[in-house]
Design a protein around this ligand. Structure first.
Ligand code: AHR
Length: 688
């Protein structure tokens, strides 16, 4: 196996690059021409999308709003997240057992508590949540759990949401425990707002009781769904009008070893029966280690398809191609059907291959089954499972990714049978293939060449690089051959420091550089079909990787400047590219001026995007050549800051966000002054 350290090609590339110095600007306006009468390539209507990965507590402790950590006592450290009240002084037994659990296969472990005879005080347990629990005054929280009474007279328990100073923020008593497992539910109404509360369960009576699947879930979820998603975070996603939603990653698809890979079949069906799996990001970065990071899969593949539908994004699942993460073990599934374990039915039902030694055919079968789960009729094997979960209509899946960020001959040899099998059964599904972790170098070139020969639909390119790399590579796709595979810029983000460094910040310098680079994506919409920033989410108290698009704590959230750049592109993507001539016929980016333009055919508007990466205001005159029926008033959306280090935060969530204004349109040449360090989108009404 080729050994590769994290993004070495990027690091080397950066060292070789010079910087484009900002030269002094003349006071005369810089003249640009937009050929309104020469519309070119169509912009993919799904061009700007989202990349979701469960990194930085993006799922549990984030988008998936379950408040109880390790609700089923199934994580490797069985009592993670729990502690006995009073250090267990009032308990004889505080232990996880696995005889006669709720379900010996899917949920074998539970917690047994026995009160200490004659001890006074409260006997019970507490759950800490995900860096605490966020509750809102007046908000309702559904408590549910399974209980089974043993010897003694424990009739029930009292559940309390406890604030940081020990105050009672809502309480309910639940009774009627019997000798059989039974589910109990109740609703707690919060009397205060706090983002670091916790849940306390006090036993009523003395004796033994077994508890399992303890959940505290907000009633206020997206579309008010039980097991639904966190509303503020979904709203931020929806506001972007994303074209697609890539899921579940990211390296999490691959796992550090194959047994830790993401297996979609283990994430559907009854939520209580989804076994948790260690999150591969838990210890990846020593400086940000989170040993309590697991995937509960409460946000599984059904919820993912539903979310895509809710926010109007095309789903883009990325599947494991029989390779564990090449930054870790690089473990490979053997080609074909060879498998040292997996019996004849291996891979056909949930939970049967977690401990297997699977062959590539099993991975391919998983991919075919996923397509059936998404699109098959409710009468098909996997379509029936979707229907049983409440969605008889197909999700209309159109794309699937074969592998995440893979590289080398092992990837290419696995991609071929994968693609062949999927295309044979589902010829209309577009496949996304990987060009590896770096945007250049030998591995990249070999993969791109071979995938071109194989007539891949999309090639997924990743670039995490310093901000100036983005400005300097604005012409990257000008040089690509036309007619080959489409490019999916599937993961990118400008870094303020070294890649993987905890010092990276979501600065305006990064975001404006992404905006500059994206003029190059837009100008090359005939080559670049999709683009997504990565990663998407980060919990301010539990992140591993920075920078990220959206940050949140247990109650609040905000978009970084990069979020607003992505949003401006997505909301102003138009339908066809318009050719732009830069001042003096120079290259895009000369003098740190960047521009692209599109027409929005349904409204007839001309949309011009301009980046002024300089500390001076820059007057421009834009000739809208061949434009007809121009309106009198244009609309500008501007992001600008004198300080390139500006960031948003929970305290100042919109310190840097688009500002709207109007401007007069007099004739077909626009005069406009771009603010220092600004990204501006001009929309000019014109005749359709
Ligand atoms: O976005 C973070 C990681 O960067 C992704 O998981 C991986 O694909 C890339 O290396």
């Amino acid at each position: 196996m080729i050994s590769i350290t994290r993004f070495p090609a990027l690091a080397t590339g950066l060292a070789l690059l010079g910087t484009l110095g900002a030269s002094a600007q003349s006071a005369a306006p810089a003249s640009l021409t937009v050929q309104v009468n020469k519309p070119g390539a169509a912009v993919n209507k799904n061009m700007y999308g989202l990349f979701f990965e469960d990194i930085n507590f993006a799922a549990d402790g984030g988008l998936y709003p379950e408040l109880v950590k390790n609700k089923s006592f199934e994580t490797d450290a069985r009592l993670m997240g729990w502690r006995a009240l009073g250090g267990g002084a009032n308990l004889d037994t505080y232990a996880v057992r696995n005889e006669q659990g709720i379900n010996n296969q899917s949920n074998p472990h539970y917690l047994r508590l026995t009160t200490r005879n004659g001890a006074g005080g409260e006997a019970g347990i507490e759950n800490e949540g995900f860096r605490g629990m966020g509750v809102k005054q007046g908000g309702e929280y559904k408590l549910s759990f399974y209980a089974r009474r043993g010897a003694g007279d424990i009739s029930g328990l009292t559940a309390t949401i406890v604030g940081q100073r020990g105050e009672n923020l809502g309480q309910v008593a639940v009774s009627g425990f019997t000798n059989e497992w039974k589910q109990y539910t109740a609703v707690l109404k919060a009397t205060g707002t706090q983002n670091k509360a916790h849940l306390k369960l006090v036993l009523n009576g003395t004796g033994t009781v077994d508890l399992d699947v303890v959940s505290l879930f907000p009633k206020d979820t997206w579309n008010q769904r039980p097991n639904g998603l966190r509303t503020d975070l979904v709203q931020l996603l929806k506001d972007m009008k994303p074209g697609f939603l890539r899921f579940p990653g990211g390296c999490i698809v691959e796992g550090r070893t194959l047994s830790e890979r993401y297996q979609w079949k283990e994430t559907i069906g009854d939520v209580a029966a989804r076994l948790p799996l260690i999150n591969r990001w838990n210890m990846e970065f020593r400086h940000r280690s989170t040993p309590d990071y697991y995937q509960s899969f409460g946000l599984g593949f059904f919820e993912y398809f539903q979310l895509s539908e809710d926010i109007g994004a095309e789903p883009l699942p990325i599947l494991n191609v029989g390779m564990a993460c090449q930054y870790n073990s690089g473990e490979l599934a053997p080609m074909g059907t060879a498998s040292t374990k997996g019996g004849p039915n291996a891979g056909t039902a949930p939970h049967d291959h977690a401990t297997d030694d699977p062959s590539l055919d099993m991975f391919i079968q998983d991919a075919l089954d996923l397509i059936e789960f998404a699109n098959g009729p409710a009468t098909s094997t996997w379509g029936a499972k979707r229907a049983a979960m409440g969605h008889p209509a197909p999700f209309n899946l159109k794309m699937i990714g074969v592998g995440n960020e893979q590289w080398g001959p092992q990837y290419l040899e696995r991609y071929v049978p994968f693609a062949k099998a999927i295309k044979a059964k589902y010829p209309n599904i577009d496949l996304v293939s990987s060009a590896g972790p770096s945007p250049d170098g030998e591995l990249f070139d070999t993969a791109s060449k071979r995938l071109g020969e194989l007539k891949a639909d999309y090639i997924d390119e990743h670039y995490y690089a310093k901000a100036d790399w983005f400005r300097q590579h604005v012409d990257r796709y000008d040089k690509y051959a036309r007619g080959g595979p489409k490019i999916f810029a599937g993961e990118y983000a400008a870094q303020s420091g070294a890649i993987g460094s905890q010092e990276n910040k979501n600065t305006w310098d990064c975001a404006i550089s992404e905006a500059a680079f994206m003029t190059g994506l837009e100008r090359n919409a005939d080559v670049v079909g999709m683009a997504s920033y990565a990663p998407l989410f980060a919990n301010v108290d539990a992140w591993q990787w920075t920078p990220d698009l959206i940050w949140f704590d247990n109650l609040n959230s905000y978009g970084s400047p990069s979020y607003y750049v992505q949003k401006l592109y997505a909301l102003n993507k138009g339908t066809k590219v318009l050719p732009v001539t830069m001042p003096g016929g120079a290259k895009n980016g000369t003098d740190n001026l960047f521009a692209s333009a599109v027409t929005d055919e349904p409204t007839g508007e001309v949309v011009v995007k301009l980046v002024n990466y300089s500390t001076s205001p820059r007057p421009v005159s834009i000739n809208l050549a061949g434009a007809k029926g121009l309106g009198k008033t244009g609309r500008a959306q501007t992001m600008a800051s004198d300080d390139l280090q500006t960031q948003n935060s929970l305290k100042e969530p919109k310190k840097l966000a688009p500002q709207e204004s109007t401007f007069a349109v007099k004739g077909s040449t626009l005069s406009y002054t771009l603010a220092p360090n600004s990204f501006t989108v001009l929309r000019v009404p014109a005749k359709k």
